[in-house]
Structure formats: structure tokens, C-alpha cells
Write a protein that binds this ligand. Structure first.
Ligand code: AHR
Length: 500
């Protein structure tokens, strides 16, 4: 197969916001306990955090981290998670049918974020709670001193405010599985009231209202329209969530990025419709604050915990093992996000450690990189500056879910200050290598050298495991350079990054 690609950085899509490379830690399974936190681990620091995990999170290059949920947040009482650890209550977590010990809470998590160098994106509970509790939490985190809440924070050892800038107004409030889920009307009003109250404390807070929990929800589209019609002036972002899994149709699975593109376009159109109806000059951006590959069917049918007397602490939940094929699709989802960098200005890979995660840990043992670690780390490190559209002249292939789709997808970035550009590509063909020639506009100057890596394996189902943590890794890729174009060959089912 042959494809001709071309790009011109003089008409960029938009600036790549670093918040596009965010992630997510939920109090779920072994994400926190036995994930980032394991006081008895040989690498644990004085706060009980695993240093080996901290190093991997830094290597991954994660900007903002959403916390503490997810479904968990809709039953969460934030005040349980502060104060002396020995006095904190154990609580039922109805979302994941577990026991929450509250051993790690807001202060500890914030210390961990400082260690990994990431920013906190905090979610408030709009499921079992409401505006009053959101305001109390905001006062606790962001007010310097002088009120009961601010002084409590100082007494709990944090002199300076946490100064959280980005807040999620609940989580997936359209989902019947969500504690306190509601209609678009009811949630829209509650979100508007909470947002305007939070803004009367600080008008510069960045607020994310819940969009649909997936584009396959029966209320998708209408939910966004109704919710935004209530709170358009008080929020900055509407959220998108999407998970993909292979269900016996690999051709469609490999084209999941097509679905993500359409999803984003639909939410942008809906947000702009509300903008037009209101005659507003503000534009609402998208926070794609949950995206990943997730074998959800396995969770629903095999792993789900039940029983009134069965509430384990930190059970093994959602510990999906990712293959090379999964990682190639994952890389293509990052391409989709970058192709919409003008409107998707925040995103969170869901999640980060052990739970549908790029980083896995064994209690008392090692931490390792899943296959999905590689496209994330590479994209975060190299997609700097502005995102640039790549025109595709490529063969198509048929899929049951999305019709005929191009065998290749690609996006580029251009960092004018550093004088560097990068192209991110995926070959969705299951059997044919793809010879790609990329025509680079003269605006990039004469290209004399390129460096490239590829994620591919002769076994597309290969993965990294406790027994074989380094089975899959990136490999160097040969690139021919001739001044204004580069030529490379992408093996079947592969993802690649090329820098010039
Ligand atoms: O990321 C796992 C779960 O997926 C989150 O808790 C929820 O928001 C979504 O349904």
C-alpha cells in the first residue's frame, strides 16, 4: 500500500494546550492503594508513595490529573479525606462496591502531585451532594485564611491554599449507574447554580460541566444542548468521555479514531448551536476528560463486585492488559485529540495506575509500562507548539461500524521556537505494510535529518506483563529524507512518531 501525505504549518489547527496530556486517578481498585501509595514498598518515600511509580508518571509526561473520580466522586464526602489519618472514617464506596479507608486524601494526593509535577483537576460531588458542599470544599482548598474551612486546612498542615484552578461539576450525571443521576434539565440547573456560586468566590476558576457519558447514550446531543442552555455563561468546558474495546471486529476497532473525530465534531456543533441561540461571544471548549481502551464487557460480566457483606479494600478492578493492537488504537485516539486542538484544550487519559492504566504495579514488586505507555509518552514529549492538519491521499478499507475509512491517519505539530516538527501516524491495515511519503511545506525549512520510532510487533496481541515487563517497546524506524519530503514504511497495525 502507498499513501501520500502533506502538511503546511502556515495554517495550523490551533495551539496544543499542555492540558491535552492530562490523566486521571480515581479512588477505584488499586489506583491509589497499592498503586501510587504503598508504605511498605521498598521504594516508598516518607509519605508512603512509591518512587518507582512517581518516576514512571514523570516519564509519561502527564500535565493535569483529574481526582478523586469518576463514579467514586458522586458518593464522596471530601471532609472524610482530611485531618489526622488515624481519625478518618472508613466508608462504603457504592460506585465500585469497595471500602474506602481515606488513608490517602486531598493533602496526601496534593503532595504526590507535587512530586510528579502535575496540576490538580478536582471534581465535586453533584450526585449525593450539591452546591453547599462544593462551596465548602472550594473555601477549604482556595481561601488563604480567616474562615473555619480555611483555618481547618492550615491546622491540617497546609499553610498555603491548594489554589485549584480547574474543577469538574460532578461526573457522568446522565448515566443511570451514577449516584444521583438526573435529567439534563435538573443537572443543568444544579450545575449552573454551583458554577455561578463558585465563580462568586473566584471568577477565574475554570469549570467543566458534564457532557454525555458517551456518544452512544440515548440522550447524547440533546443532553449537551439542554445542559449548556442552563449554564453556558458560567462554564468554560463541556466534558466528553469515550472508551473503545475490540469486540470481535478488529477492522472497526482499529478505526476507533474515526468515531472519536465524529464525537468531537458533534459536541462542538452542539456547543456552538447554544452559542448562536444565545448570541453569546463566549466559546465553550471540550475537556475530553475520560478516554482510553477499556474492556468494559469483562468488568460487567466477570469482575464486578457484589454482595452486602463483601466490600473489599483496593480490589483488583479494571486491570486490563493492553496489547500492541490496543496501543495502536490508543495512539490514533491521541491523533484525533490533536486534530481538534482548537477546541479540545483539556483531556485526561482514564486512568493512570493499575486501573485501565499505562502503568501497572505489583505489591512489594515492580512497576512496569503497558503498551499504551509508549504512544502517550512520545506524543506528550513531541507534540509541542501548534497542531497541524495532515492531508491524506491514501487507500481506504471497509469497516462494519464506520464504513470505508482511510488506512492511515496522521497529524503533525510544529514548534516554531524550537524549530522542530513532528508527525504522528497510524497504519490500520492488519496485513499490509504502508509506504508513506510526507510532503513537507517549505515553511519548515530544508529537512536534512529525521528521527522516528514505531510501535509494532509481529504478534499484534503481544503485551507487557509482570513476568515479561519489557516484551513490547518502541523501535527505531528508518526514514529517508530529501529536503522537502520524508519517506518511511509503516508495518501493519503500527503507530509511529517522526521528528524533523
Ligand atoms: O474510568 C472508569 C469509570 O468510567 C469512571 O469512574 C466513570 O466516570 C466512567 O464511567
Amino acid at each position: 500500500l502507498d499513501a501520500r501525505l502533506s502538511l503546511d504549518p502556515r495554517s495550523p489547527i490551533g495551539t496544543i494546550d499542555r492540558r491535552l496530556f492530562g490523566s486521571f486517578i480515581e479512588h477505584l481498585g488499586r489506583a491509589v492503594y497499592h498503586g501510587i501509595h504503598e508504605p511498605s514498598h521498598p521504594t516508598a518515600d516518607g509519605n508512603g508513595f512509591r518512587q518507582d511509580v512517581i518516576e514512571l508518571v514523570k516519564e509519561l509526561g502527564v500535565s493535569t490529573i483529574r481526582y478523586p473520580g469518576g463514579n467514586f466522586v458522586s458518593g464522596f464526602r471530601w471532609e472524610d479525606s482530611v485531618g489526622p489519618v488515624t481519625e478518618r472514617p472508613r466508608r462504603l464506596d457504592l460506585a465500585w462496591h469497595s471500602t474506602e479507608t481515606n488513608e490517602v486524601g486531598l493533602h496526601e494526593f496534593s503532595d504526590w502531585l507535587e512530586a510528579v509535577g502535575s496540576e490538580l483537576m478536582l471534581a465535586v460531588n453533584l450526585g449525593t451532594r450539591g452546591t453547599a458542599e462544593a462551596l465548602e470544599l472550594l473555601e477549604y482548598t482556595n481561601l488563604a485564611s480567616g474562615t473555619a474551612r480555611a483555618e481547618a486546612r492550615r491546622a491540617n498542615g497546609r499553610e498555603e491554599p491548594f489554589d485549584v484552578r480547574m474543577w469538574c461539576l460532578g461526573n457522568e450525571m446522565d448515566g443511570p449507574w451514577q449516584l444521583g443521576h438526573s435529567s439534563a434539565e435538573d443537572y443543568g440547573k444544579k450545575a449552573a447554580m454551583t458554577a455561578s456560586a463558585m465563580r462568586s468566590f473566584d471568577p477565574d476558576l475554570q469549570l467543566v460541566v458534564c457532557g454525555s457519558s458517551s456518544s452512544s447514550m440515548p440522550t447524547f446531543g440533546e443532553w449537551e444542548r439542554v445542559v449548556l442552555s442552563h449554564c453556558y455563561d458560567d462554564v468554560d468546558y463541556i466534558s466528553c468521555h469515550a472508551y473503545y474495546e475490540e469486540k470481535g471486529d478488529r477492522a472497526s476497532f482499529l478505526a476507533s479514531g474515526v468515531d472519536m473525530d465524529r464525537f468531537i465534531d458533534a459536541v462542538v456543533a452542539t456547543a456552538d448551536h447554544v452559542k448562536a441561540v444565545r448570541g453569546s461571544s463566549r466559546t465553550i471548549d471540550l475537556s475530553f476528560d475520560e478516554w482510553n481502551i477499556w474492556y468494559n464487557e469483562k468488568f460487567e460480566t466477570v469482575d464486578k463486585i457484589t454482595g452486602v457483606d463483601n466490600w473489599p479494600v483496593a480490589p483488583r478492578l479494571l486491570e486490563d492488559e493492553y496489547t500492541v493492537t490496543d496501543a495502536v488504537v490508543f495512539g490514533s485516539l491521541m491523533i484525533s485529540l490533536l486534530k481538534h486542538a482548537d477546541r479540545v484544550t483539556s483531556a485526561s487519559l482514564a486512568q493512570l495506575v493499575n486501573v485501565i492504566a499505562p502503568i501497572m504495579t505489583e505489591p512489594g514488586g515492580p512497576a512496569w509500562r503497558q503498551t499504551t505507555f509508549f504512544p502517550f509518552a512520545e506524543t506528550s514529549a513531541h507534540a509541542r507548539g501548534v497542531a497541524v492538519d495532515v492531508a491524506l491521499d491514501a487507500p481506504g478499507y471497509d469497516t462494519a461500524r464506520y464504513g470505508t475509512v482511510p488506512v492511515v491517519d496522521a497529524v503533525a505539530s510544529h514548534d516554531t521556537e524550537a524549530g522542530r516538527a513532528a508527525v504522528f501516524l497510524v497504519n490500520r491495515s492488519q496485513d499490509a505494510p504502508l509506504r508513506v511519503s510526507v510532503q513537507l511545506a517549505s515553511a519548515l525549512g530544508a529537512i536534512t535529518a529525521a528521527d522516528a520510532v514505531v510501535l509494532h510487533d509481529d504478534d499484534p496481541m503481544a503485551s507487557n506483563t509482570l513476568a515479561h515487563p519489557d516484551r513490547v517497546s518502541l523501535k527505531g524506524l528508518d526514514v529517508q529524507v530529501d529536503g522537502s519530503s520524508i519517506v518511511l514504511e509503516l508495518p501493519p497495525v503500527s503507530w509511529a512518531r517522526v521528528s524533523v
